[in-house]
Design a protein around this ligand. Structure first.
Ligand code: SAH
Length: 398
């Protein structure tokens, strides 16, 4: 079997790739009928056959593969993967010194030089996210490189290469010593319970670390807090530790109830002093309006797409309306932490939605804080979609 292939970049894309764009897009290449099989090494050249970049074939919703080296001589082998991982570890060295936090993103895809590969670290346990069969073809080399790390207790994996980028269910343990779950990790001194072998999601989204810290440190004290789309309730825990009078967590998933109780409990907080509600947020908004319930601080971090009995929701078209519902139950001088991880638009457009919602609801506001990805979620300067997180702290005024 031929494992290497050379393809031409179409003339109108040459500039983009020469300036460092890492994603191999289907429309940008001419493979001249050659079959591009998962895991093949692919060299991109221009019409004159001069070298542009080298990468691997890995089909995912975003494209056909990723360029991973600009050096034609560089071999893609275990030495290559080991070096990439080491470079990524070195860049995050300062984070390892912090004894209050032991859960990070260790390798962030194209931001660390290999698109389609993400590795998270949870107190000695590594979770590898494979975004295509192509990158999974290098599993042996990559696992070997991780096992050589002194602090590696065990490795888990998430295969996210089913149709549409969906997670393939199964036993996710790969190597090392299996962990006992829940595993309790630390984030700025707060305990977070995770389970690395229980489906696609582990119980926390690490990219919101700085946002949780800011809520806890600056904005939660004495507040009545509503956490919508609360998942395992870690925003609620941060608010409670920050001195919130009470938190209310609302999520549609039945599992969110025991998972949220667990997050409170591992921090020695009496969960019975907080409300944990399993319900569609849209139904909850109606209920709160009817009861004239209002909150001082509302966290709004919905999934990019959601479907419930009540309606279909897409961040791209419905964020303004959703925020309006939230504003209707936010106190006069309250605050909304508006967040989205949708990569299809940037911060400016997001702020446009926020402005529109506040205007429609005749609410004056100022933006007092804003966040994008934390520093361990390294992004690629030529790949803007990778910088997906947008969080805006909206201070309402009368
Ligand atoms: N904000 C959370 C992550 C949210 S993940 C955090 O940072 O931890 C998205 C969550 O939205 C999932 O837990 C899912 O169950 C929930 N969800 C999706 N549609 C919903 C709806 N209509 N009402 C309430 N929750 C919903």
């Amino acid at each position: 079997m031929k494992n290497e292939i050379t393809v031409k970049v179409k003339p109108r894309f040459i500039k983009k790739y020469k300036s460092g764009f890492p994603l191999i897009m289907k429309e940008a290449i001419d493979s001249k009928g050659q079959e591009m099989k998962e895991g093949m090494i692919v060299t991109l050249v221009d019409a004159q056959h001069s070298f542009i970049g080298k990468g691997y074939v890995g089909k995912q919703n975003k494209g056909f593969g990723w360029i991973i080296t600009k050096n034609p001589e560089e071999a893609i082998n275990n030495v290559f993967f080991k070096r990439k991982l080491e470079q990524a570890f070195v860049k995050r060295k300062s984070m390892f010194i912090d004894e209050e936090t032991n859960a990070y993103r260790i390798f962030n895809g194209e931001g660390d030089g290999i698109g389609g590969l993400i590795i998270d670290f949870y107190d000695g346990y590594y979770v590898i996210h494979w975004y295509s069969e192509g990158i999974y073809a290098f599993q042996k080399e990559i696992v070997e490189a991780i096992l050589q790390q002194v602090n590696c207790k065990g490795i888990y994996e998430k295969k996210r290469f089913n149709t549409g980028g969906h997670y393939i269910d199964g036993d996710d343990f790969v190597d090392g010593t299996p962990a006992q779950f829940p595993l309790i990790v630390k984030e700025n001194g707060v305990n977070i319970a995770v389970d690395l072998n229980d489906g696609a999601m582990v119980g926390v989204f690490l990219d919101q670390r700085d946002v949780r810290f800011q809520i806890r440190k600056t904005y939660a004290k004495d507040k009545e807090v509503l956490n919508t789309f609360s998942y395992t309730g870690v925003f609620s825990v941060a608010a409670a530790i920050g001195g919130a009078r009470k938190t209310t967590s609302v999520d549609l998933a039945k599992r969110s109830l025991p998972k949220t109780i667990e997050q409170f409990s591992v921090n020695d907080i009496d969960y019975e002093e907080h409300d944990i509600i399993v319900e569609d947020v849209f139904a909850y908004f109606k209920y709160a309006k009817r009861k004239e319930k209002k909150f001082d601080l509302i966290v709004l971090d919905p999934p990019s797409f959601a479907r419930s009995k009540q309606r279909r929701f897409s961040v791209a078209t419905d964020y303004t309306a959703l925020l309006e519902e939230v504003l209707a139950i936010t106190n006069e001088n309250g605050m909304v932490v508006a967040s989205t991880n949708y990569s299809g638009f940037g911060m400016e457009k997001f702020k446009g939605f926020i402005n529109e919602a506040c205007q429609n609801q005749k609410r004056k506001y100022s933006i007092v804080d804003q966040y994008s990805l934390p520093k361990d979620f390294k992004t690629h300067p030529q790949f803007k979609e990778g910088n997906y997180l947008k969080v805006v702290f909206i201070q309402l005024k009368n």
